[in-house]
Design a protein around this ligand. Structure first.
Ligand SMILES: [Zn+2]
Ligand SMILES: [Zn+2]
Length: 189
C-alpha cells in the first residue's frame, strides 16, 4: 500500500520559472500517483561549476541532493537551468541514480539553440521538462531505456527526439515502475 506520507520532492536550483515548476509537479503527481512538494529554491549550484569546461558537474549536484534529502522524501528531483555535464558525456539534460533516490534535470539544453529560443513557446519547454523529469525519475524507480520510441523511457539525445516521444510510460514500463514503486515502499516501510 502506498503511504500518503511519501512524496516526491522537487528542488528548484537557480533560474527556474514558478509556473513551469507547478506544471511539472502536476504531471509528476499524475504519472507516479504520489504527492509532490516543490521546495524552496536552493540557488545556482555554484559548488558544481567546472571552470575548465564552464559547465556544471551533474554528479556533484546529485551528491548534494543525496546529502540533503529529507527522510520522508521518497524521491528528490533537482531542477536546474545551468548546462550540465558528467565525466562521460559532453553534456547531459538530466541524470539519475539508477534505482536510487535522486535525479536532476536542466532546462538549459531543452531551450534549444539561442536562435530558436524566441520561437520556442513556453509550453514547448514545459512539455520537454515534463518528459525529462519523468524519464529521470523513471530511472530512480529502476527503469532502463525502452525500445519503444513513443515511450518516455526511450533514450533521446537532442530536443527533436525528445519532442517525438510522449510524456508517459508505455504499458510495459508502467508495469515495471509500479512494481518498483511497491517494492521501494515496502523496503522503506
Ligand atoms: Zn535515460
Ligand atoms: Zn517503455
Amino acid at each position: 500500500m502506498i503511504s500518503p506520507s511519501r512524496y516526491i520532492d522537487v528542488v528548484p536550483m537557480g533560474d527556474v520559472g514558478e509556473q513551469d515548476l507547478q506544471d511539472l509537479a502536476v504531471s509528476i503527481k499524475e504519472q507516479f500517483g504520489l504527492r509532490v512538494k516543490v521546495s524552496r529554491n536552493q540557488g545556482f549550484p555554484h559548488y558544481a561549476f567546472d571552470p575548465a569546461r564552464r559547465q556544471y558537474n551533474s554528479n556533484l549536484i546529485l551528491k548534494k541532493l543525496v546529502d540533503n534529502a529529507l527522510p520522508a522524501a521518497l524521491k528528490v528531483l533537482g531542477v536546474s537551468s545551468v548546462d550540465l555535464f558528467n565525466p562521460i558525456f559532453s553534456f547531459v539534460v538530466g541524470e539519475a541514480q539508477f534505482g536510487g533516490r535522486c535525479a536532476v534535470i536542466s532546462t538549459y539544453r531543452l531551450r534549444g539553440k539561442p536562435s530558436n529560443q524566441s520561437r520556442l513557446g513556453c509550453n514547448t519547454l514545459a512539455i520537454r521538462m515534463e518528459k525529462e523529469a519523468i524519464h529521470e525519475l523513471g530511472h530512480t524507480f529502476g527503469l532502463r531505456h525502452c525500445a519503444d520510441p513513443s515511450c518516455v523511457m526511450h533514450y533521446s539525445v537532442g530536443t527533436e527526439l525528445t519532442d517525438c516521444k510522449f510524456a508517459f510510460f508505455c504499458p510495459a514500463c508502467r508495469d515495471v515502475m509500479l512494481w518498483h514503486l511497491g517494492t521501494d515502499l515496502f523496503l522503506k516501510g
